[in-house]
Structures are given as structure tokens and as C-alpha cells.
Design a protein around this ligand. Structure first.
Ligand code: 6CS
Ligand code: FE
Length: 300
């Protein structure tokens, strides 16, 4: 079998119109190849075992203030609000997410190249990396809608053509993440199971899925089984805290009805050895502001 075959072989079938199924993950979580970097052996071991690890105080308070001001500048900019990369909440015109912020904000572009992010991503993925997707999720107070249980990789495989779960997300809190204002929940260890979802991907699915994902979400029986087996933990912490989570982590968040926004920057690093091919379960590729096709490695 050639390298090309391995990359286009569908080892994680999903949305094939069949019932959902729990499959074993057949790829590593922490990949060999890059030893130097800020992550300790213990952090890498926890990431491997649980599918996530937390870096408290990744951003200093002064940096948090700067990024919060950048976030407000972006969301107040009429041009940004009119941009197709801006997703608003389904029941209000509150900003839900801004995509491709590493291209619209020089500050975020710098953050991507910061060794605290770039070098840790390289350690986890064992190779050069590029940004598959970046976004700011605002989760505004009172009307911030959550994100139902899902695996990001299931979508990035089905709709963006990523062959393997060799991608990692970092979520950096720009506001305090509390248990009660939509803090992201994860099932420790569930990343080693791949939930093959029922259904099929509708045309232009992203136009609705980024507001509320209905396809590519696990069946309740699957969620119940994984939750009983692995339990549920929650990423909480002061602004500046960072959560690193594997692309196949089972995660979700509740609605935010408190006055306290839960606004986080998300950067998704993908290995340059996991470049997208054609979508495995969608008619056409999603726009590049959601799923980058330029796999030029990020360099400092
Ligand atoms: O479809 C996507 O790429 C996005 N959807 C979710 C629910 N999480 C990852 C990503 O932002
Ligand atoms: Fe997600």
C-alpha cells in the first residue's frame, strides 16, 4: 500500500447512512518525532492518557488584557460582523464565533508562532505543524449557546478530509471559565474510541452546524456508554489558562445564562503529515476559512 493509499483509505468511516458504532482509534495520541519543547513528560503522559491537559497561566494577565481588547475590537468592527467568517447565535445576533482569526488579527498570528503554542503543538504531533482552523468562541452572557457532545476529528475527517486524528486544539481562556458559564466538558480517555456517527452530511452543512451541530453528533446511547466508562471533567480556570485537547476528544459545553461571558481563543494545529485529502463523507470541501488547505509549516 502506498503512502497515498494510506492517506485516502477511510480508516474512520462515519456518516455512511448506517447506525452509529464505537470503533477503536488506530493512531497515536502523542506522536514520536519531536522531543524538544515546553511540555513535560508528565504533561505528555496525561495528554496521551486523557486526551487533554491544562496549562495554567499560559497567558500573563497583561497579555490577557491585550487579547481581550483585540477580541472586542474585532467584534465591534462592522466589517468583521458582515464577514462570512463571523457566525452569530441562532436566536440572536450576538457573535458566536469568529473564524480564521490568525489571518484577521496580527496579534493572533503572533500567538500562533509563540513557542508556548507552536513548540508544544510540535511535541504532541511529532512534526512540523500548520493551522487547520482558528476561532474565537464568544459564549456571550445570558444568551451564549453551548456546543453539544462531539468529536472535532469526526467533522474534520468527514467534511475536511483529515485522514487521521493527528491534530490538537488549544483553547485559551480570555475570560474566567467557571463551571456555570459554559466551561468546556470532556470525557477523559474517550479520545481512544472513535464514534462513527449515523446519517449523512447535508449540502453546505457548515452554514448551520457552526450555529448548532446536528449531524456528526454521537447517539445518546454512545454518549451514555462513554460517560459511564470515562466520567466527565470540566476545564475551568482564570483568564489566561489554556486547555490542550486531542482532535478526537469527546467534548461539549452547556449554555451560558450567567452575566459572565466565556470567551476563548481556539487554535487547531494539524501535522503537515496529515494534510487534508478529499472529504471522506461530504460532497465538497468546506471553505478554507474553516479548513485550511495551505499546509505550509508555521515558523517562528
Ligand atoms: O465544524 C467545526 O470545525 C467546528 N465545530 C465544532 C462544534 N467544534 C470544532 C469546530 O470549531
Ligand atoms: Fe469542538
Amino acid at each position: 500500500m502506498t503512502v497515498a493509499d494510506v492517506r485516502t483509505q477511510d480508516r474512520y468511516p462515519t456518516r455512511k447512512g448506517t447506525e452509529s458504532a464505537l470503533l477503536d482509534r488506530v493512531d497515536p495520541v502523542v506522536w514520536p518525532g519531536v522531543s524538544a519543547g515546553p511540555a513535560s513528560e508528565d504533561e505528555l503522559a496525561r495528554h496521551d492518557a486523557n486526551g487533554f491537559h491544562i496549562v495554567p497561566g499560559l497567558l500573563k494577565p497583561a497579555e490577557v488584557q491585550e487579547y481581550w481588547q483585540e477580541l472586542e475590537r474585532l467584534s465591534d468592527d462592522p466589517q468583521v460582523r458582515a464577514d462570512e467568517r463571523t457566525v452569530v447565535e441562532k436566536e440572536s445576533d450576538e457573535v458566536r464565533s469568529l473564524f480564521e482569526v490568525h489571518r484577521t488579527s496580527e496579534m493572533v498570528a503572533e500567538l500562533v508562532r509563540d513557542e508556548r503554542l507552536l513548540d508544544r503543538a510540535r511535541q504532541i504531533l511529532g512534526s512540523d505543524v500548520y493551522v487547520h482552523q482558528s476561532r474565537i468562541n464568544y459564549m456571550p452572557g445570558f444568551r451564549g449557546n453551548g456546543f453539544y457532545w462531539h468529536s472535532d476529528f469526526e467533522t474534520w475527517h468527514a467534511e475536511d478530509g483529515l485522514p487521521a486524528p493527528r491534530a490538537v486544539s488549544v483553547s485559551i481562556a480570555l475570560t474566567d471559565n467557571f463551571p456555570f458559564n459554559g466551561g468546556l466538558m470532556l470525557m477523559p480517555g474517550a479520545h481512544k474510541t472513535y464514534v462513527s456517527c449515523a446519517g449523512r452530511t447535508p449540502e453546505d452543512n457548515y452554514k448551520s452546524s457552526l450555529k448548532e451541530q446536528k449531524v456528526g453528533v454521537p447517539a445518546e446511547d454512545d454518549i451514555r456508554k462513554l460517560a459511564y466508562e470515562h466520567g466527565i471533567e470540566q476545564f475551568t480556570g482564570p483568564a489566561g489558562s489554556a486547555l490542550w485537547f486531542d482532535s478526537n476528544s469527546m467534548h461539549g459545553s452547556g449554555n451560558n445564562i450567567t452575566p459572565f461571558p466565556r470567551s476563548n481563543i481556539f487554535i487547531v494545529f494539524n501535522s503537515v503529515d496529515n494534510a487534508p485529502v478529499e472529504p471522506f463523507s461530504a460532497d465538497k470541501r468546506r471553505p478554507e476559512f474553516i479548513a485550511a488547505r495551505d499546509t505550509t509549516p508555521v515558523r517562528r
